[in-house]
Design a protein around this ligand. Structure first.
Ligand SMILES: *[C@@H]1O[C@H](CO)[C@@H](O)[C@H](O)[C@H]1NC(C)=O
Ligand SMILES: *[C@@H]1O[C@H](CO)[C@@H](O)[C@H](O)[C@H]1NC(C)=O
Ligand SMILES: *[C@@H]1O[C@H](CO)[C@@H](O)[C@H](O)[C@H]1NC(C)=O
Length: 164
């Protein structure tokens, strides 16, 4: 009994420590299919949480989509962004602290020629890792500008400063 309760105490202490390191944190979803509901899960000690989707790796960027605000630890999102693109989920708590998920891909519904939900327009910026053109080469034709989309309205509520 004594040993068992010691173990429980230790486990709780370790859990509390882990919580303090990643507070808040959000899990990375897998197998997200466009227009299908996906369960997003997260945790933190300062609810409510605002859950948003941003361009891959850009945790501090203006959100592409605001999934919602909740004091729960899960939220359902109908993935309403273009497929075959990586994104990052961001959680922001009541203290303005933010944290991001690892990148995740949205898969297309290959059996459906048109999306079955209202998709927010988004064109990822061209990779900056692309090799620079040789100096003798003509300048590359300008990359297509991201389609301006009235549907993409950055939520002002998410533009808080990153507090670390
Ligand atoms: C973000 O979450 C990860 C785990 O999901 C954690 O390792 C990391 O420390 C967290 N970052 C911050 C700033 O809390
Ligand atoms: C998405 O990210 C994964 C892992 O980094 C990478 O292998 C894959 O090529 C990326 N896909 C796209 C469409 O960017
Ligand atoms: C893909 O789209 C088709 C046509 O809209 C729909 O019937 C089907 O349920 C979708 N598949 C999934 C996995 O949602």
């Amino acid at each position: 009994m004594q040993l068992f309760s010691l173990f429980v105490t230790l486990a709780a202490a370790v859990g509390a420590f882990a919580q303090a390191v990643a507070d808040p944190s959000i899990n990375t979803p897998v197998g997200v299919m466009q227009c299908l509901p996906t369960q997003l899960t997260f945790s933190g000690t300062a609810p409510p949480f605002v859950i948003t989707v941003v361009p891959e790796g850009q945790t501090g960027a203006a959100p592409l989509v605001t999934v919602g605000t909740t004091s729960d630890t899960a939220l359902t999102w109908v993935a309403n962004l273009p497929p075959n693109v990586n994104y990052t989920l961001v959680i922001r708590d009541a203290l303005g602290r933010i944290n991001g998920s690892a990148p995740f891909l949205i898969y297309p519904n290959t059996s459906s020629p048109t999306p079955t939900c209202s998709v927010v327009a988004y064109t990822p910026a061209p990779s900056s890792a692309a090799p620079a053109p040789a100096s003798s080469a003509p300048p590359p034709s300008s990359a297509p500008a991201p389609a301006s989309s009235p549907a993409f309205t950055p939520a002002p509520a998410i533009r808080g400063r990153v507090v670390v």
